[in-house]
Write a protein that binds this ligand. Structure first.
Ligand code: MN
Ligand code: MN
Length: 345
């Protein structure tokens, strides 16, 4: 039972203090970015940006560490369209950050992060030209020494992104998805969202032996022999769940080693019971908390880029799919900030 003297001490310390007057040094530092006096930032006001990061024009990347980039393009889908609306839906989610409670990080305070807007496209009608535009834009970002974190868009966007990120040396990858996306040409196009990682391997920008695919399942599993044939590690959804995320993360660390690694998150890896807002849902998927646990356990890897794809918000009246995507993006941002700090040391 609380004593009178303890109550008096608590009163002396806390009575009448503002919400931003925090004694714990780490929490106080986070609060300093959120409070002016006792006025706290409004999560629902102002122009929506990814994780409420500052806006910056993509022509001015000087001094930037991490660029948050929208890629509103879904010409590569094989089924339901709509992921072109993903970036706006994810930007519209309020209360993402500022703090990651497990990693105890406030990434926007640890690195210079900005939302640099969307990839500029010449034509909304031409998939191949959209891929060329993504590659050109991302090459500019990478050449400026800025780490990209992209929000799509369908999963085909990861191919031109990897061509930019893996141009100087092939990268490894932690790929969380219901689908391996290592299929071949469909109907004359190699650019669709079922094939980005076959193409990236064939182009020499993705190292299959340093790639792990997690959460795989469903009726399209017969399409993915390229994954195992090229040396990727494939963990199906039920295997990953049975292993537990700590063991899955240990396996991922073993596969990618100390190599530069890209993290690609397809929201259809999550069970459609949680995340129905996607074009190719597969029943029997991961839970959001499992994906967050997995990502947190990857902290410390040399992450050189990441994406969140396949959010098609019109199939989810609850907005939970975009909420999950935004939270995953924020956790990826923490991993990117940690990797940057390690590289600077
Ligand atoms: Mn995918
Ligand atoms: Mn998928």
């Amino acid at each position: 039972m609380t004593t009178t003297s303890k109550l008096a001490a608590l009163n002396a310390k806390y009575a009448g203090t503002g919400g931003g007057d925090i004694h714990d040094p780490l929490f106080a530092k986070v609060a300093a970015g959120q409070f002016t006096g006792d006025k706290r930032v409004w999560p629902f006001a102002g122009v929506a940006t990814f994780a409420s990061a500052a806006q910056r024009d993509s022509s001015n990347l000087a001094g930037l560490d991490i660029a948050l980039i929208g890629v509103p393009m879904d010409l590569g889908v094989t089924n339901r369209a709509g992921a072109r609306l993903g970036p706006r839906a994810v930007r519209g989610i309020e209360r993402i950050g500022p703090f990651e409670h497990v990693l105890r990080q406030a990434p926007l305070q640890e690195a210079k992060v900005a939302d640099i807007g969307d990839v500029p496209f010449r034509s909304r009608f031409d998939l191949a030209s959209c891929h060329a535009d993504i590659e050109a834009h991302l090459t500019g970002v990478v050449d400026a020494g800025v780490v990209p974190l992209c929000v799509g868009g369908d999963h085909s966007i990861s191919y031109p992104i990897l061509r930019a990120v893996g141009r100087s040396r092939p990268v490894g990858m932690v790929h969380i998805d219901a689908h391996c996306d290592t299929s071949g040409i469909y109907e004359g196009s190699k650019f669709h969202h079922g094939a980005p990682f076959r193409q990236a391997v064939l182009d020499g920008v993705l190292d299959p032996e340093r790639t792990i695919q997690i959460g795989i399942r469903g009726g399209a599993d017969y399409l993915w022999e390229f994954s195992t044939d090229s040396g990727m590690t494939v963990l199906h959804a039920e295997e990953a769940v049975a292993m537990g995320m700590a063991v899955v993360a240990a396996k991922a660390r073993e596969v990618v080693g100390g190599w530069p690694v890209y993290i690609s998150f397809d929201v259809d890896s999550i069970d459609p019971g949680f995340a129905p807002g996607t074009g190719t849902p597969e029943v029997g998927g991961l839970a959001p908390r499992e994906v967050l646990a997995l990502l947190r356990a990857l902290s410390g890897l040399d992450v050189v880029g990441a994406d969140v794809v396949e959010v098609a918000p019109q199939y989810d009246a609850t907005t939970n799919t975009a909420q999950i995507a935004a939270q995953v993006m924020f956790t990826q941002l923490c991993l990117l900030a940690t990797a940057l700090q390690r590289r600077k040391r």
